[in-house]
Design a protein around this ligand. Sequence first.
Ligand SMILES: [Zn+2]
Length: 507
Amino acid sequence: VLLVLDQWPAWAFAVKRPHLTRGFARLLREGAWHTGRYPSAATLTAPGHALLGTGRAPAASGIVANEWYRRSVDRVLRSVEDPDGGTSARALRAPGLGDALAAAHPAALAVSISLKDRAAILPLGRAGTPIWYDRTTRSWRSTAAPAWLAEVDRRAPIAPRIAQVWRASDPARLAAASGGPDDAPGEVGEHGLGTTFPHDPARTPDPAEALTATPAGNEAVLDAGLAAITAAGLGADVTPDLLVLSLSAHDLIGHGWGQESWEMWDMTLRLDAALDHFLAELDTRVGRGRWALAATSDHGACPLPERGSGGRLWLDTIRDAANRAAATALGPGEWIAFARYPALYLNAAARARSARDQARAVTKIVYALRAIPGLARVERTADVAGSCEARGGADRALCLALDPAESGEVVYLPAAGWVLERRDERVATSHGSLHDYDRDVPLVLLAPGRDPARAEPATAPAESLVPMETVAALLAGWLGVPPPAALPLPEPQPGPPPAPGAGLAPP
Ligand SMILES: [Zn+2]
């Protein structure tokens, strides 16, 4: 089992850990507690899940962000969105854990469940069964649609959870643990759920979406995992099977209220109990000693700027400054296709200009962005992408986040403590920087053949950092199969004909 707590920073877990006595305590009693470090900047959900499954950073996985502008079709597509509207791992350029398992054992099962489609799909690669939450039908959905999916829906229906009101389990405890009020400065609430308890999805514009930012969202995924074990027969025979569960509500609650909030504390305490139940069910359904589990995350998060140093910066400010700068080289007009970090893309009209004009525009943009407080690194992608092995330190981390072909012409990252957000989609906190708070995550390993008899849970992680790009090979080793990196790269799938102006290479 690979259990991903989406947005689980090592620093935040260190604070909460002494209060966790149930499922988390069992993980730390039975497992080895490490801190994992992501090798690259752009610690976002899609690149992080791709790395967990493939062992490769964006420079080699091709998954450079959650969504990015594709020059070949002149559109922004999500990481698992095909140009024809389908949902798949087509953009993933490396084999994942599902592929590794299928190559060694065609009869093995690899099932991956999440509220987010990208989190379900990317760890597996092209083989296996990704299952995610379909907001429109309010049920579980899969590209593979195996016969047992209806059974998962019947055993772990998600629709009834939408009506659940999220109330603070123990306000006094939350106040003491968080050290602040329920409506601490910086909180915005997610999906219209408001800044203070109670949070009622029914009172939001989109209750089916609001569910994804409540503890019921985590419980839905854990329950669907247990239902899949029973319905598909995971772990039932001698062939190893893989179950990936990614808890997206863990991320959305962090985004809406911050890691330090009452909401994050309440959700974590509820998850402590839910994990206890989940692990006990693994013992019952799969059998004690017959399962192994790695618990980790796709990325960390920034502490609330209002609690420390740093600040907030609108992405619109960056886009506007970039366009004004481009206009000084290219003339009045719209020149930016997409500007959500880590990269900024020139549009087709700009790319239709001469190489010299484009280079001047990119230089102007870089200098304009470097003048904005709150940005740490602003670079021409052409200067910092490619040949990452030859680079060191922060330059290497920056390089590994970039794909020379897929990333935009300019890369930019927030300064320490700074949160970049959209004016029309406020967040309490975010992630994706070069800083340790985004790149360091817990990694708890309950290996096969472990001795579960240790009496006390660990109180601190091992000192040395584990490179997160080694986790895929480690899990493959547990499954007894060659690592995904040992497989041949997938054949690129033919795309649609290029859009006008798309043939120009980025500078
Ligand atoms: Zn996130």
